[in-house]
Every structure is written in C-alpha cells, then in structure tokens.
Design a protein around this ligand. Sequence first.
Ligand code: MSP
Length: 639
Amino acid sequence: MPNPFYITTPIYYVNARPHLGHAYSTIAADVACRYNLMRDRETFFLTGTDEHGDKIVRAAKNENLSPRAYVDKISGLFKDLCPELRIRYNHFIRTTDPAHIAVVKHILQKIYDSGEIYFSEYEGLYCFGCERFYTERELVDGKCPDHKTKPEVIKESNYFFKISKYQDWLIDHINNNPDFIYPERYKNEVLSFLSEPLEDLCISRPKTRLKWGISLPFDDNYVTYVWFDALINYISAVGYPDGELFKKFWPYVNHIVAKDILKPHGIYWPIMLKAAGIPVYKRLNVHGYWNVDQSKMSKSLGNVIEPLQIKNKYGLDAFRFFIMRDMVFGLDSSFSEESMVQRINSDLANDLGNLFSRVLAMAHKYFSGEIPEVDPVLEQELQLGLESNAIKAIDKFESAMEKFEFHKALIAVWEFISRMNKYVDVTAPWELAKKKSSRKQLEAVIYNLLEGLRVISGLIYPVMPDTSSNMQKHLGMNPDESYYRLEILKKWGTMKSGIKLPKSVTLFPRVDLKKNELYSGENSSEKTLPDLKPEISMEEFNKVDLRIATVVHAEVIPRAKKLLKIEVDLGEKLTIVAGISEGYNPDDIIGKQVIVVANLKPAKIMGILSKGMLLAGFDDNICALGTVDKKIKPGTSLT
Ligand code: MSP
C-alpha cells in the first residue's frame, strides 16, 4: 500500500468574505489531494475557519452582530463555497469547535507543565491588524508591512513561550530535511530569519483587552494568542492525541499556505510541536500572492476578486484551470480577466476542446459512434510514438505534481494534447476514409486517438474534475474514479471496441472578452457616456469615504443664492455647505437620509467651515439628492 496523504489549507479568518486568494489555496489542496487519489493513496483533506481574536470581534461589531452570530455567518460562507468549487474536504474545522478548544488547552497545559511557558511584563509595538507584536527591524518606515499602519506601543503582563531555546534545533532540522520548507526560496527566508536571535513568543492576551478566545488552562484571566490556537487545528482535526486518523495521517502531513503566514508556520509551529513532544510536519508548501494591479488582493484595498463571480461567468473548470496554470507555485501572479480569457480560448477551446470534438466527430462519421475494432499490429505500427509520448507526459505530470508544480503538470498534459493534434494532421484520417483499402488503418488511427483522449481525460482530473468526467462519459466510460488511476492511465489499449459513444459536446465555448468583462481592466474602455471623466482604479475610488447621514438641521445662508448650511448626523455631527437651495427648502430635507462624502478636506464657504459634501444630481431645472431606499443606521459606509 502506498503511504497515506494528509493535506491542509490555512484556516481562514472570518473577518471577510472568501476571495480568490483563499480559493487558490483551497483549490491547490484539492488538486494535490485528487492527484494522490490517482496514485491510490488514502487521503485526508482539512480546511476550515479561524474564529477567535480582535479582528473578528471588530468585524462583528461593524455588522452589529455578536461574535458568535458573526462567525457562524462567515464560516458558513467559506464552507458553502467548497462544493461550488468542487472542493472535497474530509473535515471542515472551526476553532470554536469544543473538540478543538480541548486540544488547545491540553497542549498549553503540557508545555506549561514542562516549564517552557513563563509570565513576564512586556512592552512592545503591537499591530492590531496582524494581532501581533513587531520588532523595530520588521517594520517598514516604522509601519506594519502588511497594514501600512503605525503599530501602537503596548505594555502589559503576559505569558511567554521559550521559543528561543529551540532556535538551534530548528536550524538543524531545516538543514537536515531539505524539503521541510518548500520551495527553497522560503526555506532560505526562514533560515535568514533564524540567523538573528529569536525573541520568546507572547502567547496570551489579558481578558481585559480581549475575551473572544480560548482561556489559558492555568490562568483564567488570559486567553491564548490566536496563532497558538489556530495552528493546533492541524492536529485537533484528526483527533490528537489518540485518534486513529491522527496516527494514520499525521506523519504524512503537507501544509499549504501563502507567504504571508510563513513565519508562524515555518518557526512557531515546528517549535510548538517539538515542545509538545509531537513529531513535526512533513512539508510546508508555500505559495505566492495573487495580485491585482500590482497590489496584493485584500479587502482594505478594495481589489478583491470573488471566486463565485468568476466561476459563474466562465465555468468552474475554466477557473480552476486558469489559476493552476497561471501561477507558478511559490511565485506571485497577477490576476487579469484578459489573460484568463486568452487561456480559455487557446488552451481549452482550441487545443483541448477542438481535439476532443474533432476525434469524436470522426468516430461518429466513420464508425457510427462505435469504438472501432483494431488490428493490434496495425495499431502499433500507426502509433507514431503516441503511446510513448503519453507515458512521457504521465511521468512528467507525476513528478511535477509531487512537487506541487501544478503549472508544470499541466504543461506536460498540453504537450501531449499538441502531440495528439499533430497526430491528427499527420495521419489525416479523412484521406484514409476515402479508400476502402485503408479502412484498417483508419480504425487503428481513430482507436489510438480515442486512447489518447482517455489518457488526457484522466490527467486533467485533479484540476478539472467535471470536464474529466464529461470527457469520460463521451468516451463510453462509466463515471468511476478508477479510470483516473495512474496505473490504468499508463496501460495503452484498454478501451473496448464496439462500445457506443454518445454524441459529442463542446467542452469549452470560446469567450469574447469585450462583451464579457466582469472587472474593468485595460481593455474595458469602450465607454459611451458623454463627458466621462478619466477612468479610476478601485483603489482610487476606495479613497472616497461615502457615508449615510441623517439631516438634523438646515438653514438658508443669507446672501448666498444656492447654498444651504446643513448639519448631518453620521454617528457624529458634521456641518456641510451644499448648493441645493434651488431644489430644496430647509424643511424639505430635515430628517432625510442622504449620501455624504465624509473625508473631504474641509473648506471655508461664505465664512462657514464645510467638512463634507452631499451627493446630488442636477439637470436643467431639477436638483435631486442622493438618498437611500431603506432606513439605515447613520454612519454606515456605502461600498
Ligand atoms: N487565520 C490565519 C491562518 C491560520 S492557519 C493556522 C490567516 N487567515 S487568512 O484568512 O488571512 O488567510 C491567509 C491565507 O489565505 C494565505 O496564507 C493564503 O493561503 C490565502 N490568501 C489570502 N490572500 C491571498 C492572496 N492575495 N493570494 C494568494 N493567497 C492568499 O492568515
């Protein structure tokens, strides 16, 4: 029996909806897992949500929900996304699960009892966004490199984990296990980090500051630091310490994360495991960022790509294919709809789709849709190296998949697809079909082509499971996972002649970008509105702070023809001078909910300091205020 395979994704914070970055990590894990099924390995796939901490409490507050109601809601979004993306996890963990909480407490107690946790006062620079202390050295221009905000100086008594004690052990472990952190650039990054002395890790937060967390088993006035809680999910989910799943799968665990969380996974986690007497993980697989317009995709920059929107528009398999083909595992990639459409049209519609429909159309035309009888000698003679090309592609595919080089695995499959297309051109079945005397040759050629399609249908299974089973259905195979097994894919000549093939379908329709674009990019400037101002990016737009406000007071400004002095309430009061008096009397607008630009630089107008702007539209003789169609809390942001 081959070794089992255990794959994990990061557990995602529930402070924001899932976006392309989360979808990528989870789809990559799904692809790796399906590939291991092809190798007959027993697999376990873990994903889930990280639900404690400051960030979550703040996000819940913003939505006027209790932390519990809020985490249930957002965790549900992450969970529901999985079937939509054909993610076949074995377990979806939540850090609020009682079983997880029990394991976190167990480990904390174990490490505390062994004397590796101590209590001390600490003053440091704390980033609330990251929920961690920063050293001066880690800051860029005095700011958090991720949130671009100045960390605050915080002084408090806390519990610390003696990670410095394990520094030399970790360096040795990384050097002795060259695949421990992969790809190499990230191993080097961790080693470079470890070349400076490690500071002990603060692992608690006083409950006076944060209650939404797991209480320390040895001091009820404190909750544990989110990372200490979150990392343990990888073992609690499989039933540490005694569960059968833990015993079977833990020795074979592969973690997938992006580079943002390299440090907790590359440094804290192995040290936590070591200190708790648990064998360390097998391999940490680190990928880069999906960027949009050169910036990392994030909610705060307002440039998030929604996986469901893309999937609904272009189809799930096209989406899965694009992100796996475009990103080199370990490096950053830039998402653009334009390059996605190019790939769909060239790799999927042209190369694969055309090959599939051409071959099936010929099988229908020349053999009434039946897999032809084939003379084994002629079949061999007319292979022209197709079988050995298939084996070569499978070998390359395998070695790339083992290293999570998904793009290379797909390149190997597409090399074979292009070889198949050439085979059609060289053997020219339509010429063979013209003469009765070459009927046997025609049978052999079509049989070989169908065999090649069978191999392709299996190789695309991890990345494009739906297309794989669609192809297999049209190749006369019952949808059954054993067809994806590499052992069967390697056996040329397993298709049974005489089997009737259903009529062919178009696997991937071509896409016209101009008609279709979801997100604006360089090619989207076919604007028809007159006097349209120059295009702005989402990032620029997001600088404008639009809020709902209630008008609480309005008065005419003496001597001003068009101006009203207005006071609005948006949580706090704001004075605005607005040019709307030709359309509204003061009494008309008191009590109305209006849309306000709340972060406009203040300006003096008719001696009054105006601190914002009301949105209104003007045509020849009408002035209409921008309002909202339901009553809503003053101060709510418009997005
Ligand atoms: N909760 C922690 C992880 C705890 S794991 C024990 C966390 N959550 S997160 O919601 O911020 O997710 C971070 C992960 O989401 C990244 O490591 C990556 O897997 C994925 N991505 C988020 N944004 C991304 C991109 N822009 N590009 C690629 N992946 C990114 O950190």
